[in-house]
Design a protein around this ligand. Structure first.
Ligand SMILES: C[S@@+](CC[C@H](N)C(=O)[O-])C[C@H]1O[C@@H](n2cnc3c(N)ncnc32)[C@H](O)[C@@H]1O
Length: 184
């Protein structure tokens, strides 16, 4: 949706994202076979850049052309400007799928189909919280419920799952759920 693109372009300017790759991805990268990766809602590319350094070919998808422009041009990176509300993921294509700080429940079953055998999923995003927590939105469509990732990715072999409280780099307390899982 064009409104989402404009809103996210503005947000990338007003609230630039970290350049450091996601810690869970860094920790579990050795569990993935080096090959074709998908970075869902890749933003300005911190995880895409990391995967590229590790030797992956990366499909980096985002709605924001501003964010995609910030990703270094590299022969092993395909930047895909697309609305993930309607984008469909190619089945049986990926050795690794990364989804950090983004939620579109419609894509969960497609992600499972898109993993090759032994493909790895690294998924982390915000979970509903109340009180002093700083959440990116109050729209429940974009926030996980407790244990929801385990339900969304039922059928995969779970390597790691956690719900945790973290302080982000702006000093805000956030609540996150993380899953690392493999397709057997
Ligand atoms: C919080 S950022 C996370 C970026 C990146 N995954 C990271 O961890 O740095 C969320 C990203 O989702 C993208 N996004 C939001 N809605 C989208 C949509 N409908 N289709 C594609 N991308 C979308 C935004 O442009 C933004 O880059």
């Amino acid at each position: 949706m064009i409104e989402d693109k404009i809103r996210w372009n503005e947000r990338h300017v007003s609230r630039p994202m970290s350049d450091d790759a996601n810690k869970t991805l860094v920790k579990y990268i050795e569990h993935a076979k080096v090959g074709q990766a998908l970075d869902i809602a890749c933003g300005t590319g911190r995880n895409t850049h990391f995967l590229c350094e590790k030797g992956f070919d990366v499909d980096a998808v985002d709605i924001s052309d501003y964010a995609l422009d910030k990703i270094k041009n590299h022969p092993h990176v395909s930047k895909i400007e697309a609305d993930l509300d309607t984008y469909n993921i190619t089945p049986n294509r990926y050795d690794l799928i990364v989804n950090i700080n983004f939620l579109n429940r419609r894509l969960a079953s497609q992600m499972k189909e898109a993993l090759k055998q032994d493909g790895l999923l690294v998924f982390e995003t915000f979970i509903v919280a109340h009180g002093e927590f700083q959440m990116p939105t109050t729209n429940l469509d974009y926030l996980l419920r407790k244990n929801e990732l385990l339900h969304l990715f039922i059928g995969l072999d779970v390597i790691y799952y956690e719900e945790k409280i973290e302080t982000n780099r702006l000093g805000e307390r956030v609540k996150l759920a993380t899953i690392v899982a493999k397709k057997s």
